[in-house]
Design a binder for this molecule. Sequence first.
Ligand code: NAP
Ligand code: ZN
Length: 335
Amino acid sequence: MINAYAAMRLGAVLEPFQFTPKELGPMEVEIAVSHCGICRSDVHLIDNDWGVSTYPLVPGHEIVGVVSRVGAAVTLLSTGQRVGVGWLAGSCMNCEQCLDGNENLCRQGQPTCVGRHGGYASTVVVDARFAMAIPDALQSELAAPLLCAGITVFAPLKRQRLKEKARVGIIGLGGLGHLAVQFAKALGCHVTVISTSAHKQGDARALGADRFVDSAARGALSAETNSCDLILSTVPVSLAWPRYLNMLKPNGHLCIVGASPGDVRVPAFSLIDGQKSIGGSAVGSNREIAEMLGFAAEHKIAPQAERFALNDVNAAIARVRNNQARFRAVLAVDS
Ligand code: NAP
Ligand code: ZN
């Protein structure tokens, strides 16, 4: 039996939940989970914000653990190996996107905790090709949040091919945002944190931010007109997007990774004038995850993590819900 914690219905607190593991497919591996980060996406799923949740729902997609069983056709992994799993537990591996190495864009991608049980559990089963080797330099507890939060901010920062000293704005200093500051600094950017929480200013600077903008202060955003090449939004809510487009320089890009279920409404002219663009980004490919893990190890990039035992999961989720976690809550599943 697998011991897990599940939301039994929409919005519910998690309860102990046991289930029998399915037989391993030929390309699957079972992982004994040691750590699992709590991503805000887990909260969106518990609340069915995106209309895709089924219950009982075992969240968890920032997983690190040790391979405990391998399917008959698995050649690249063996038992005892330390691996990590992020948002995706598998994809078709056969479509145009998968063949181009963009598994994260596969239309048949299988999220780790949508329609299957995720990492708030003693073990998890995934396609072996989605179990990523973890560099020795990264501690398991600190590697776990990199598997979703880390890759989600690293991939768009890399993709933009930013010039040295490019000016990057990071909206929201939470799990994703505090890693985005570190990655952007390590990539040579000038970083401005745009936050609703004035008391996070000290933390932002300690993480490497060059500037801090309190977005709740009157006139603070308009004072930043024409100041950013790229703005990355990591907030789980809709914002007054034209005010952020106004912060972009000509040809600037607003990349939305924060997964608010709301609309993005902007006047056409806020894009035309200055040739600005808005786009989204979804986690990252397996190649990008491997690159990000190596980059984090090399540049000593790590989340600030609050550690919780699995049976304390509801206290941890409450801190995430209330924007209190500094800056990622991580479950020590095997403690
Ligand atoms: P988080 O740790 O809760 O951080 C979100 C931050 O947003 C908060 O710390 C807060 O920063 C800011 N914020 C502003 N208004 C808020 C409000 N009304 N409620 C809550 N926070 C507010 O969340 P996370 O784990 O970083 O995830 C952020 C978003 O990214 C979520 O929507 C998640 O689903 C999404 N996500 C997307 C992808 C993808 O592939 N696109 C991957 C992972 C996560 P300040 O206090 O500084 O304002
Ligand atoms: Zn996530």
